[in-house]
Design a protein around this ligand. Sequence first.
Ligand code: PLP
Length: 410
Amino acid sequence: MSFLKYENNILKFEGVAISEIAKGRTTPFYCYSQNTLIDNFNKFANSVASFDSTVCFSLKSNSNLTLLKTLEKLGAGADVVSEWEMRKALKAGISAKNIVFSGIGKTDKDIQFAINNDCFQINVESIDELNRINEIAASIGKVQKIGIRINPDIKADTHKKISTGSLEDKFGVSIEDTHKIFQNRANYSSLKISSIAFHIGSNIKELNPFENTFSLIGDLAKKINSETSIIDTIDVGGGLSPQKRNFTFEEYAKLIHKYFDLEGIKFIFEPGRLISADAGILVSKVLYIKNITGKKFIIIDAGMNDMIRPALYDANHEVLPEINNDEFEEINTDIVGPICESSDVFINIKRFNKIKIGEYVVLKDVGAYGSTMSSNYNARPLIEELLISGSEITTIRKRQTFEDFISNEV
Ligand SMILES: Cc1ncc(COP(=O)(O)O)c(C=O)c1O
C-alpha cells in the first residue's frame, strides 16, 4: 500500500497535501511515512519468522533516531559499520545483542567500542582484520563472536557501484581463506569464530543471484559443520530491491530452507533499502525554469548534496508535481539542482506537467541512502527531516544552522 498518492489531482502523503506539509517550512526537506516504514518492516519480518532470526536494519540506508526507535519497537536489530552508527543504534534502544558490526576498514576505535559494548557479532573482511580484533579483544579481556564475511564471487544484477559479491569488489574473504580461518581458529584465543556472513549487493531484483549464493554458501557451511559443528549463525546480508522485484519474500525464504541446514542455526537478515526507501520523499520547490536550444531545465532547490544517488549511481527517482494538472509539455527536460556540477541532474524526461516557479515537486523513494549520503557541498546546510503519521507531522531532525555548520572550524 502506498501512502504517497494523488487525490483529486493533489499529491498527498499519508493523506496530507504536500503544500500543507510544506507550509511554513524551508525546502528542501525529507519527510518519512511512519506507516510505510512499519508496514515494510512487518511484511519482511513476518516472511522470515519461521527461522530463528533477527532482522538487523541496515543503518547506512537511514539512521535517523526516530526511525530507529520505531523499528526497535517492532523487534529490529541493527547492521552498523561505524562506531557512531553503533552509538545511534544503542541510543535508539536497540540491544547490543541484536547488533552486527560490518565494514572492511574498521578502526581500532570502532573495534574497541564494539567489543566494550558487547556487540553480538563483528563481521570480518580480511585476515589482517581478524588478527587485529583478536589482539584488541585480548587486551580488553573478552572473547568476541566473529562472522567471516565471504566473497562468493557472484555477480548480482545491479549497478556496478552497488555490487559487492564478486572478487572484483573489495568486500569479504575468499572461500579458500574462509576454510583456512575455520581450520586455524584455535590460534585466535580471544575470538569465537562461529558465523559466516555475506552480502552480494544492493537493489537486487532477481532471485537467481541469491539462489546461487545460498547454494554455494549452504554447501560450505555444511562442509565446515561436518568437520567441527562450529557455525551457529549465518548472516545473509540485505540487498533485496523494494521496487520491481521479480520474486516474493516467500520465494526468498524458501531458498533458505532449501539450501541451509536450519538445525541450531540463527539467521541474520540485514535489509536497508527494502525497509526505508519508499518510506521517504524529498520535497523541493521550483526556483527557476529556463529553455536553452530546445531543451528545458527545471531548477529546483534540492541538490545532489541532499540526494546524491542520481549523480552517483544513475539512480532513477520519479519526480512528481504537487498538482497533477493534466497539462503536459512534450519537451526534453532536465530537472536539476543548484549545485555547481553538471552531474547535479535528478532526472531527464521527455514529458512533464506544466509547472510554475514556486510550486513543489516530490522525489519518490528516497528514504534509503538519501539523507545518510547527504553533505554540506557548496556550503549548503543538512536539511530538515520530518515524520508524518496520519495528520501528525513532527520534525525529527532540525535543519542545520550556519552556526552548527561552522562550529568546528577555527
Ligand atoms: C553488509 C551490508 N549489509 C546490508 C546492506 C544493506 O543493503 P540494502 O540496503 O540493499 O538492503 C549493505 C549495503 O550496502 C551492506 O553493505
